[in-house]
Design a protein around this ligand. Structure first.
Ligand SMILES: [Fe+2]
Ligand SMILES: [Fe+2]
Length: 193
């Protein structure tokens, strides 16, 4: 048949595609796509789970942000330079301190009876963090140890001591009183990061 003779054979199509490197490109793209999908689907270092929810939106938002920071630090440890990792670590620790101060201010306003004990727990934890962090000035890679500590401590603190103040603090965060909501707005402005 004439038209068949005019068409290139399957072999010649295969040969020219091979020469053009198209198969290599497809293989490379597919590999990249699969890697990206695998990364997207893989579990984060620390996941936000429902049992971490307090029911106070502003507190949950801050806890979620700390978890995001933890995941960012975990990624930085594996892919970025020591300077960049330290930068993320500083951001995480500063944000954590800010969150602690925010919580304590809310507890104080609410007249939460265990504020002193809660503040002490925050202080003891930050002291431990500071000790570990101090070793990084001597060139030690402390990020993995910090990550491990933060991940374990944070989950247990959120589910434990933080949950204990929810009922008390909700009276402030859910209040319709103008003085209280004005005070809360000022606090949020002070601590907005
Ligand atoms: Fe907290
Ligand atoms: Fe706390």
């Amino acid at each position: 048949m004439e038209y068949q003779a005019a068409l290139p054979s399957a072999d010649s199509i295969w040969m020219s595609a091979s020469k053009s490197g198209i198969f290599q490109k497809i293989k490379y793209c597919t590999h990249n796509k699969i890697s990206k999908l695998a990364r997207g689907r893989s579990m984060a270092y620390m996941e936000w789970t429902r049992d971490l929810e307090s029911g106070i939106p502003v507190i949950d938002t801050q806890h979620k942000r700390i978890i995001e920071f933890i995941n960012e630090l975990h990624e930085a440890c594996q892919t970025r330079s020591a300077d960049e990792t330290n930068h993320v670590m500083e951001g995480l620790l500063n944000y954590t301190v800010t969150h602690f101060e925010f919580e304590e201010a809310l507890q104080e306003k609410a007249g939460y009876p265990f504020l002193k004990a809660h503040r002490r727990i925050h202080e003891v934890f930050m002291k431990k963090v500071a000790e570990i962090r101090a070793r990084s000035t001597k060139g030690e890679d402390v990020a993995p140890e910090l990550l491990n500590l933060l991940k374990g401590w944070l989950a247990s603190h959120i589910k434990g001591e933080d949950r204990d103040y929810v009922e008390s603090v909700k009276k402030i965060t859910d209040s319709d009183d103008q003085e209280v909501s004005g005070w809360l707005d000022t606090l949020l402005t002070r601590f907005s990061t």
